[in-house]
Structures are given as C-alpha cells and as structure tokens.
Design a protein around this ligand. Structure first.
Ligand code: FES
Length: 375
C-alpha cells in the first residue's frame, strides 16, 4: 500500500502459518544468497560449523587448501545427518555415526567399511562424496546459496548497499573484509524472522525499550529519526565518543574511515537475513536463521579492527554489553508480539507510520518472491 493511504502491517497469519513459512524458506532462503556468518568462524583448515539455511542442514568447513566449502549435512550412503545441527569445531574428517563412512573437509569420501566390495560392484567412490552447496566469501563473510543458478552474490549485496547509501563508498570505508570477530553470541528467539527484520527497520520502539541506545543516539528518542538515519547516518550524542555502555572507547575509529564518519551511526539491512550496525570503532552484524514460523536463531557478531583486537582482546566487553542489552530488549518485546499476531484480533494486521516506508519495501520484497505461493 503506497501513497497517502496508511500502510498496513502484514496479516497475522503471515507470522504464524507453517505454509507461509515453508514458502518463504523455499522461495526466499533457498533462492537468495544467505549470510551464515564471518569467514573467521571457519578461520583455520579443519574448522567447521553446521548452520540451517532454507530448512536444510549444512556443513561449512575450511579445507587444508584454505578454501571454505559448504555441503549438505547429509550422508550420501543412507541420508543420515552427519553432524549435530549448530555444532562447530575443528576436525580432520567427518564420520557418519551409522555405518562409519568418512569424509574429508573437501567433502571427499575417504573411507567406508565395505568400500572395496562396493567398488567391485561398480560403486564410483569419486561420486560418493558429500553433496556440495555454493559458498562464497565476500566482505569478510560466508554466504551460501541453495539455488541451482544464483544471481551473482556481489550484485545482490551491492544493490542493497547502493539503495541504502546512494553509493558504495560509505560502506566500503568500514573495510568489512578486514574486520575480525571480537565476540559472538547466539540467541533463540520465539518470534517470526520478519518481525525481527521489521523491528530493526523502525525506531519508534527505541524510546520505550532502548534507554541506553537513546542515551548514545538521542535522535532515536523521538522515534522520528529512522533507525537507518538516511544516507548520512545519525549523530552520536555530543558528550559521547563511542557506541559502548560508557560512551567511551580505548579504540580509535576504524583506520579507513573519513573524519565525517567519526561520530556516525549507520544501520542497514541486507535482505534476506543480515542486520548491520556500523559505528566508528566497530560493527555489529546480526544474522537471522529462520527455524520455524515462531522461532528464529540469531547470531550476533561484534567486529573490530584486527590490530586493536590483537592489542587487547579484553576491551570489547563494553561494546558487547551494549548491543547484547539492545538485543535482549528487542527479543523480549518481539516474543511478546509473536504471542499477539496469531490472534483473530490481528487477522488483518496492524498499522505502519508514514516514516516506516522501509517496512513496506520489505513486505514488497517478501510478496514478490512468494508470488501467490502462500495464502
Ligand atoms: Fe552414513 Fe551409512 S548412512 S554411513
């Protein structure tokens, strides 16, 4: 709904219905490039993580050659899940617990108890490896695509950045590809993933539930400043030097920033599943993993200049505490919202303020992709 007509939020069932959720997994998460975290999640050869993307369990592992690869977390022998969902670690190989087939981090089948017999019967060992999934590293992050012919990743990401800032330069000044993860937390939130995205796109809730955020960025107190703050971002409070609990930081601004960035706060959404905050001395990167209509796993990564982290890895606590608090405030109110949106009283949805046009764009993004595939 555009123009002078007041925009409405989505009908309640869009946040609760299993068929809607299934269509979103299939048509959004199985067709776009999906962010799974920072490259340093699997920084060393043998490192692996096992996220769920588009309803599929995946293994992401860095091979001895230094390349990160993704595979379906499915044993090709009889279909058994290889690794526990959300497990992570470092391994020289993956062994299926059922009949002990073993695979290396490049996905190759390296041994199986009856391999000689199978091969004698015509089994092709080279084709018996783990089924690969497309993976690319861009801007220091891991992205996967379940699509058979995905559009280029850079196109997907940069189109959004250009729409947000009018150009790529602002984003590029933060040097995302070189930032290192100083801390990470994972949350299980009993709310639909779209509520999490919408919440990040508006700040009329900031005054009521985020006192620390409003202390540091007073423009958010009125709720009128978009959380995204337009192309120029939003100013930190005059008495504050950094986006931390204390408003101070021992870390200087990121070295590639321009002077005009030194007191700025930017937020952006890279659909379908990245929420990103850029502040002078760090970045906060949230990755959404929709698990069920009313369940979203959220990974939050705090990114810093690698030299600053090496200098003193213990100074990140002030930044982590701030955004962890903001996260928990959001998750609590979103879980409460999830409890109401399924009510018959919300069958036709709610209402959006005129300043929340971004949420309307997000609905359009979802609607276009669902294209009648869900009620
Ligand atoms: Fe995995 Fe048999 S199902 S080894």
């Amino acid at each position: 709904v555009h123009g002078s007509e007041l925009a409405r939020s989505l009908p309640g069932r869009r946040y609760t219905d299993a068929d809607v959720f299934g269509a979103e997994l299939e048509r959004i998460f199985a067709r776009s490039w999906v962010h799974v975290g920072r490259s340093d999640r699997v920084g060393r050869p043998g490192d692996y993580v096992c996220p769920t993307v588009g309803g599929e369990g995946l293994i992401i592992a860095r091979g001895p050659d230094g390349s990160a690869r993704a595979f379906f977390n499915v044993c090709p022998h009889r279909g058994t899940r290889l690794c526990d969902v959300d497990s992570a670690g470092n391994a020289a190989w993956f062994r299926c617990p059922y009949h002990l087939w073993r695979f290396d981090p490049s996905g190759r089948l390296i041994s199986a108890p009856m391999l000689a017999e199978l091969e004698a019967a015509g089994f092709d060992r080279a084709s018996g490896g783990l089924r690969p999934v497309r993976l690319q590293e861009l801007h220091g992050s891991l992205w996967v695509s379940l699509a058979s012919e995905p559009a280029p990743l850079a196109e997907q990401v940069e189109r959004t950045i250009r729409r947000r800032f009018g150009q790529l330069d602002t984003f590029q000044r933060y040097g995302m590809e070189r930032l290192a993860t100083g801390a990470a937390r994972e949350y299980e939130v009993a709310a639909n993933w779209k509520l999490v995205v919408e919440n990040f796109m508006e700040c009329t809730h900031c005054g009521p539930i985020h006192p620390d955020l409003c202390r540091l960025v007073p423009a958010f107190r009125s709720g009128r400043a978009s959380y995204h703050g337009g192309e120029a971002g939003v100013e930190l409070a005059p008495e504050v030097d950094a986006f931390t609990m204390t408003g101070r930081s021992s870390r200087p601004p990121l070295p590639t920033l321009a002077a005009g960035d030194h007191r700025r706060f930017h937020a952006l959404v890279l659909l379908p599943n990245v929420l990103l905050v850029l502040v002078p001395d760090h970045a906060v990167l949230l990755t959404l993993f929709p698990i069920a209509p009313a369940r979203t796993r959220i990974r939050c990564e705090w990114l810093f200049d690698p030299d600053e982290l090496a200098r003193d890895p213990n100074t990140v606590g002030d930044a982590v505490e701030l955004f962890d608090r903001i996260n928990r405030q959001d998750w609590a109110v979103l879980e409460r919202t999830q409890l109401g949106v399924g009510s018959r009283a919300f069958a036709h949805g709610g209402v959006l303020a005129p300043s929340e046009a971004q949420i309307v764009d997000f609905y359009d993004f979802v609607r276009e992709r669902l294209d009648g595939a869900a009620p």
